[in-house]
Design a protein around this ligand. Structure first.
Ligand code: BGC
Length: 474
């Protein structure tokens, strides 16, 4: 059957998505809107330039001499072994990295696992308060979960997925470098995150139930989780509230790695590519709206790359670009509304919802805009708004594609699987295909790659890492 809009399988339903021909819909805006949004359309030359710059920054992050002043930090993670599929045992996992926080209990059996989880909310005041309050809240949620799951009589190894920049000094020791994604508990910058959690466990009286074995980034969790299933997995990517990637690097290139060589000769590198551009490197492709988003954010000057790509900013970018078109009187006859002028009123999930409709069907787009106080919308207005969404998601997917192509080149692998997770990748109807399409242009001919959705990456990845740390591998 020919692939049409109706029978496209969403990537989240497939474990592995190989290159497949697909007509990604492209909405026709008015020529004036097309012209006004030219700076959002990255050419292949732009992307090739971006790749060169990213490669330079990755090399700077890896090398001892240049690491201190590098922007893309490329932190060694101390994970040297990928899963074998033979890990066993019962583990707890914590997943802290956004407004939702998850606690999990996982039982690994050979090539099989069982998992129960519960999601808790991190209240806004805990995201920007003291570190003690944040980790006490984490411990309190863990306590609730331990009681619910009747684990009070057990002492389980715990893998902690902590998805913020961390200078790792061991598998179970990491110094908090900065906060991102709306978090700001700056009193604990420079402190060991494992010790902070341990102190909170003690205050809560549950230290007897838990042994913190490993702290890992969500990209590493995703890579580990996919490597458990695919022997070719060497890269992990997150495109969610934030964005970042990790990859398997030779120990000889990872000059900042201080640990013993456990024999594999490789180590996972947490690139922290969200910070790419913090020194102005990406100015050649930034738009006035990218600058505005940064300037009005909780962390100005930081995470420039992330602010051009990830879910925390995507909806807001669309809103600002709508206003750009309104000011030029190319949209809504120059009218706007109170809500449309309010920061963060256009949610990122709207981008996926609008683009998920068949081209020509603007029902969802109309309802969203009406909800934002806009009336008397013409068909062309709705088409233009959809086009703005497409520009923003397409640019994000193309930047991720260029980033991944750079990492593939860095690994020198000829066949490689990339494990991916994150709400943008999961929910946007074409993100996967946009990335595939562009990677086919950017990756060296002859290299075979595929993108694999990670199922519950962070949790299982943390458990697998805790497993190898506690050597429960037979
Ligand atoms: C953090 C990374 C994380 C990424 C995806 C970024 O803001 O700095 O550590 O991997 O978000 O969650």
């Amino acid at each position: 059957m020919a692939e049409t809009e109706e029978n496209i399988e969403h990537p989240s339903h497939k474990r592995t998505c190989m290159c497949r021909p697909l007509n990604i819909p492209r909405t026709k805006p008015t020529p004036e809107v097309l012209n006004l949004l030219k700076d959002l359309q990255l050419t292949d030359d732009n992307l090739k330039q971006y790749m060169k710059l990213l490669m330079t920054d990755i090399r700077k992050g890896l090398a001892r001499a240049t690491h201190p002043t590098s922007i893309v930090k490329c932190y060694p993670t101390y994970i040297q072994d990928l899963p074998t599929g033979r890990e066993t045992g019962k583990y707890l996992a914590l997943d802290l990295g956004g407004t939702n926080f998850r606690v999990l209990v996982i039982e690994l059996e050979k090539n099989h696992f069982e998992m129960t989880s519960r999601t808790f909310v991190i209240p806004q005041d805990k995201m920007v308060g003291s570190g003690k309050d944040l980790f006490d809240h984490v411990a309190a949620c863990l306590h609730v979960f331990i009681k619910e799951q009747k684990l009070e009589q057990e002492c389980l190894p715990l893998g902690f997925t902590y998805s913020f920049p961390l200078v790792q000094e061991a598998l179970n020791k990491g110094i908090i470098e900065r906060w991102t994604k709306g978090f700001k508990c700056d009193d604990v910058l420079g402190r060991d995150v494992v010790q902070l959690l341990q102190d909170s466990l003690v205050r809560r009286g549950i230290q007897k139930n838990v042994k913190i074995q490993a702290v890992i980034n969500d990209t590493a969790g995703t890579l580990m989780s996919c490597a458990w299933k695919s022997p070719y997995c060497r890269i992990g990517l997150i495109v969610g509230t934030g964005t970042n990637a990790c990859y398997v690097e030779k120990l000889t290139n990872a000059e900042m790695f201080n640990g013993p060589n456990k024999g594999s000769g490789v180590v996972l590198i947490n690139c922290e590519w969200g910070a790419f551009g913090d020194d102005g490197t990406l100015n050649f492709i930034r738009t006035p709206e990218d600058i505005q988003i940064d300037e009005t954010s909780i962390n100005p000057g930081k995470q420039i790359h992330e602010k051009m790509i990830s879910g925390m900013y995507m909806g807001e970018l669309v809103r600002l670009l709508i206003l750009r078109c309104v000011k030029a009187r190319l949209l809504f006859g120059g009218r706007d509304s109170v809500d449309l002028n309010q920061k963060d009123k256009f949610q990122t999930k709207y981008v996926s919802e609008i683009e998920a409709q068949k081209p020509g069907n603007h029902d969802r787009c109309k309802a969203i805009l009406e909800n934002l106080g806009m009336q008397n919308l013409s068909d062309q207005d709705l088409q233009n708004v959809r086009f703005i969404c497409e520009c923003v998601s397409r640019r994000a997917a193309h930047m991720c594609a260029a980033g991944l192509s750079t990492l593939i080149k860095k690994t020198e692998e000829k066949r490689i699987t990339i494990g991916i997770d994150g709400s943008v990748y999961r929910h946007h109807p074409y993100f996967h295909y946009l990335m595939m399409e562009k990677m086919k242009v950017l990756v060296k001919p002859g290299v075979v790659f595929d993108l694999m959705l990670s199922e519950d990456g962070s949790g299982r990845g943390a458990a697998l890492t805790a497993a190898s740390a506690s050597s429960s591998i037979y």
